[in-house]
Design a protein around this ligand. Structure first.
Ligand code: SR1
Ligand code: MG
Length: 401
């Protein structure tokens, strides 16, 4: 089984059986295709007699969310497995372990995390994760610092930049996040109820200027090895544990893009509380939990990032007085902008989010969409003035007053 073809459930079992040291040669294995993302096949392989299990993730040569008319490189499986291995070397407890990467089949064999839930689903169900802000703040600080020119020899970093050129997946982001939502593109899925608000986005020149500047950063700023798609559907979670998955969009880009992805998806859930919370008091309470998580994430990230810089910085010039403060302020501003851009694309772009789209009360859904657009566009317009994470929370709170 060497030439590439999409595996069937039976072939996935056959493949798993041949992996060394995982399953008994003769025992029964069960295979289920459980992929519900936009791009890949995901097989859950289990051995009922021992309770052992693994995940086989296979890239398809096209974007599953659209179909075979949208071809997509299989090299993203290499990018994903290499990014996971780098992340594991930096934060071993915060990513799944990769057992094997099989290039011919664009297949990654990794730790099964079925005892966790996808964070987006967990938040929709109203669960809270008190350790998340600490975990994700550390993940962001370590993965961004140690892959940047601050924490990695600059020649080695450039070798990494070469390995993580990811043009096809970046093109998806460039189009779906930094272009389509700002024009009447056939890629958009505009909810008819908010056609007026979307039209305002299409006609807003001040907004477009800020998006063009953010887009330029996404295109040109090779600051650190990003996860590249760090939404709450890329996070497996329990009360005790956080695991970041799916870095197939990894590339060298601006750090604020990853931090903004986390904040945007917490704020999309914040907007969606229009429909998920039973009453005004619980809505306010859950929203305060979400904004508190944003505050704690930023503060944990900033503290740890500055500590790593002071203790492990490899660049003499980065110790220049005032430079660290300048860097952190610019990073906060980028985070505001990318948070906004990642929100807007999920309201009327191609790929939207279940937090809002699975609301069954149409009036609540419309309110949530308008709130998300309002927070997103305000953050984008304000990004270059930002000086404190509290301003992001104020913008969110004001949109629901
Ligand atoms: C065509 S892929 C659509 C979206 O799914 C991924 O999770 C990325 O966010 C991408 O933009
Ligand atoms: Mg994904």
């Amino acid at each position: 089984m060497s030439a590439y073809h999409p595996l069937t459930e039976a072939e996935a079992i056959e493949y798993a059986r041949r992996l060394p040291d995982l399953f008994h040669a003769e025992s029964e294995l069960v295979s289920r295709e459980i992929g519900d993302g936009n791009l890949n096949l995901v097989f859950h392989i289990s051995e009922p007699s021992t309770g052992r299990s693994i995940i086989l993730k296979q890239a398809l040569p096209y974007a599953k969310v659209v179909g075979e008319s949208w071809p997509l490189t299989l090299d993203r499986a290499r990018i994903e497995s290499e990014a996971l291995m780098i992340q594991e070397s930096l934060c071993p407890d915060l990513v799944p372990h990769v057992h094997v990467y099989e290039p011919d089949l664009a297949l990654t064999v990794m730790q099964d995390l079925s005892d966790h839930v996808i964070m987006r689903r967990g938040l929709i169900e109203g669960n809270r994760y008190p350790l998340f802000a600490g975990h994700i703040g550390r993940f962001l600080a370590h993965t961004l610092f140690y892959t940047s020119d601050l924490g990695l020899n600059q020649q080695e970093k450039k070798e990494r930049v070469k390995r993580f050129i990811n043009p096809e997946l970046c093109k998806i982001t460039e189009d779906l996040i930094f272009d389509d939502p700002y024009t009447d593109s056939p890629n958009n899925n505009v909810p008819p109820a908010i056609r007026d608000a979307v039209g305002a986005v299409w006609g807003d020149g001040e907004l477009h200027l800020e998006v063009a500047i953010l887009r330029q950063k996404f295109l040109t700023s090779a600051q650190a090895l990003l996860h590249g798609d760090l939404h709450t559907g890329s996070i497996f979670i329990t009360q005790e544990s956080t695991k970041v998955i799916d870095p197939e969009f990894a590339y060298y880009g601006p750090m604020g893009f990853d931090i903004g992805a986390v904040f945007a998806n917490l704020l999309l859930n914040f907007a969606a509380q229009e429909g998920w919370s039973a009453d005004e008091a619980s809505r306010r309470d859950f929203r305060a939990y979400l904004t508190g998580t944003i505050r704690d994430t930023w503060n944990n990230f900033e503290r740890e990032f500055r500590r790593l810089w002071d203790a492990h910085g490899v660049d003499r010039m980065s110790r220049t007085a005032g430079y660290q403060d300048y860097y952190m302020r610019t990073l906060l501003q980028d985070t505001f902008g990318f948070t906004g851009a990642k929100m807007v694309r999920r309201v009327h772009g191609l790929a939207q989010v279940a937090d809002i789209n699975s609301l069954t009360d149409e009036a609540a859904k419309e309110r949530a969409q308008r709130i998300a657009l309002s927070i997103g566009t305000t953050l984008i317009k304000f990004n270059r003035q930002a000086s404190s994470i509290e301003q992001l929370i104020e913008i969110a709170d004001k949109a629901v007053q």
